[in-house]
Design a protein around this ligand. Structure first.
Ligand SMILES: NC(=O)c1ccc[n+]([C@@H]2O[C@H](COP(=O)([O-])OP(=O)(O)OC[C@H]3O[C@@H](n4cnc5c(N)ncnc54)[C@H](O)[C@@H]3O)[C@@H](O)[C@H]2O)c1
Length: 284
């Protein structure tokens, strides 16, 4: 299938990043969010990140403006009707995503593909909320999308070979490298990463070490570019908690129990960088 127009649902950290890479890879983009504020913030982020690429001579100001013009926005999911591929990157919540997919299927042309950027929810289950499980796939970008090379491609039980191959081709056109995973909780990256972040929360909450020592140990001791608490703030503590809950329920194994301090931070609305406070303070 010749994919030319991509719909992106959710204009948060991930959706804005996906719209950015789609635009600079030559796709027309329809970026949809329920919130006007999120769309405005998303467009500002895209423009700022493109400025960085202009300053590095990746492309010039004229092309930047062309790329920005190729991104249309809307607060209504009805406007994705003529997209060839819709990439859902809304909040990590199954009921939010299921209602989006039901709405998408009412308007999206029958031959188009749907992908979800979910970090952890079963692709097979999300596909069941659509009218086209064979045209549904997991397309898990990493944060920040314009910089990180990897896209995990997750095949649901019904995903067709054509869908997999066509969406892999989109990821490759976006300059990404694909790793393919079967549909099991956490896929590859989060199955390994999130228990480490959760364990760092236990080390903190048990008073074994302070946040700086935890982050510094993993940076200087294991050559991680960011410490686990700093990384959790960057990802979003709500997203981290949601992924741990999926691992815990999906495997019914207590080794994945979410750390209570992580839950407390989320209850407080301290979601990390995006809200100005998480394990660290970003207000200044
Ligand atoms: N943050 C990360 O590091 C990361 C990495 C990979 C994948 N993901 C996944 O990407 C998805 C989005 O994460 P994020 O970090 O961008 O979250 P975010 O909170 O920054 O953005 C989510 C956006 O979805 C919008 N939204 C909520 N309900 C909607 C609806 N019904 N229709 C349209 N838009 C709606 C919100 O207004 C918000 O702008 C999640 O599934 C998450 O698990 C996140």
């Amino acid at each position: 299938m010749d994919i030319q127009k991509i719909g992106v649902i959710g204009a948060g950290q991930m959706g804005a990043g996906i719209a950015h890479v789609a635009a600079i890879s030559g796709y027309e983009v329809m970026l949809v969010d329920v919130s006007d504020v999120a769309i405005e913030k998303g467009l500002r982020t895209i423009s700022k990140n493109m400025d960085r690429q202009v300053s590095k001579d990746v492309f010039d100001e004229v092309r930047k403006n062309k790329f920005l013009e190729s991104i249309q926005t809307s607060t209504s999911v009805n406007d994705i009707e003529n997209c060839d591929l819709v990439i859902e990157a809304a909040s990590e919540n199954e009921s939010v995503k299921s209602s989006i997919f039901k709405d998408v299927c009412k308007v999206l042309k029958k031959e188009s593909y749907i992908a979800s950027n979910t970090s952890s929810i079963s692709i097979t289950k999300l596909a069941s909320y659509t009218d086209r499980p064979e045209k549904f796939i997991g397309m898990h970008f990493m944060n920040p999308v314009p910089i990180m090379k990897l896209v995990e491609m997750i095949k649901g039980i019904a995903t067709s070979k054509e869908c997999y191959e066509d969406v892999v081709a989109v990821a490759e056109k976006m300059g990404k490298i694909v790793a393919t995973s079967e549909d099991y909780p956490g896929f590859i990256v989060n199955r390994i990463l999130m228990p480490m972040i959760n364990e760092a929360c236990f080390v903190l909450s048990e008073g074994i070490a302070d946040r700086e020592s935890i982050d510094q140990s993993m940076k200087l001791g294991t050559a991680h570019p960011m410490g686990p608490l700093e990384l959790a703030d960057f990802i979003g503590l709500d997203t981290c908690l949601a992924i741990m809950e999926v691992l815990y329920e999906g495997f019914a194994d207590s080794k994945y129990r979410p750390n209570p301090l992580l839950r407390k931070y989320v209850d407080a609305g301290w979601l990390g960088k995006k809200t100005g406070k998480g394990f660290y303070d970003y207000t200044s």
